[in-house]
Design a protein around this ligand. Structure first.
Ligand code: NDP
Length: 269
């Protein structure tokens, strides 16, 4: 039979020629879970990019932890990297992070929000628990919901203004259609359910914020060597994040509401 070719995100451009120009520019960024793993790599690579953003809000839930030392060192050397405490599951923490960002922005808007913080627990159908289901949902879904809701006023655009974007770091394991391929190796029930729900949240943001000039997408970073991904993972953080940055910095309205991987292949829901 015919081999099904993955649809490319770029193909959406030719389908929507009127929006083929990238209509957003990244001058200010906020990343959650940026003290290690993929989040920290985003901060480092944006900083080193040809056209670095003017300001990067590198948030993490515990800036005083040894796990955040590397990020703090980076911030000491680079005044445009601002470390802010943000526990995505704690409404008070989310609210105070918005106030701190506003203080730095002086009325300026935020261009890009990367909801990256997330957890993975290894439970199968037998070992899964109520507590774990709820905890993983809280971090992986309620977190991005609260953070996006709180930063919406800074992301919102008036007509004719440049777009802003929300990037949800999702996972292929949240794909319903793809499930049979990897289920036996990675049952991870709470994680799969949470990422499927995160994809829905991303669609809701794309639809609900369309009038506000906000683009929303869900990206699968690939299987990446991090504390979560482990040593067996085929991709390095550098490889994954550099490709994701290419996708993010050329985003446009026609691509909002999609679920793609780090190479721009559209992933079936
Ligand atoms: P890591 O485990 O290396 O890092 C996770 C990050 O999330 C840490 O910075 C952690 O902070 C933070 N975090 C966890 N809970 C919270 C919270 N309540 N509030 C704020 N921050 C929190 O994971 P990765 O870098 O690999 O993963 C990043 C994202 O990529 C996740 O959403 C993950 O699901 C996704 N992903 C990763 C894949 C991979 O192969 N690595 C594959 C597919 C998706 P702290 O240090 O304080 O714990």
């Amino acid at each position: 039979g015919l081999v099904k070719q993955p649809r490319k995100l770029q193909a959406l451009l030719t389908e929507n020629p009127e929006v083929a120009m990238s209509d957003f520019r990244v001058k200010s960024i906020l990343v959650t879970g940026s003290n290690r793993g993929i989040g920290f790599e985003f901060v480092q690579q944006f900083l080193k990019s040809e056209n670095p953003p003017e300001i990067i809000f590198a948030t993490c839930r515990d800036p005083e932890s040894p796990r955040s030392q590397e990020l703090k060192n980076l911030s000491t050397k680079n005044p445009n990297v601002i470390v802010i405490q943000l526990d995505a599951t704690d409404p008070a923490s989310v609210t105070s992070s918005v106030l701190e960002v506003q203080r730095h922005m002086n009325g300026k808007q935020l261009d890009l929000l990367i909801n990256n913080a997330g957890v993975l627990t290894h439970n199968n159908l037998e070992s899964e628990t109520s507590e774990d289901m709820l905890n993983v949902y809280k971090i992986n879904v309620v977190g991005p919901m609260l953070v996006t809701q709180a930063f919406y006023p800074l992301l919102k655009r008036a007509e004719g203004q440049r777009k802003s974007a929300i990037v949800h770091i999702s996972a292929l394991l949240g794909s319903l259609e793809d499930l049979p391929k990897l289920f036996s190796h990675f049952p991870v029930i709470s994680y799969r359910c949470s990422k499927a729900a995160l994809n829905m949240l991303s669609r809701c943001h794309a639809e609900g914020y369309k009038q506000d000039g906000i683009i929303s997408i869900a990206i699968h970073p690939g299987w990446v060597k991090t504390d979560m991904g482990g040593d067996q993972a085929p991709l390095t953080k550098e490889q994954s994040v550099s490709k994701m940055i290419k996708i993010i910095t050329t985003l446009n309205e026609g691509q909002s509401g999609t679920f793609v991987d780090w190479e721009g292949n559209i992933i079936p829901w």
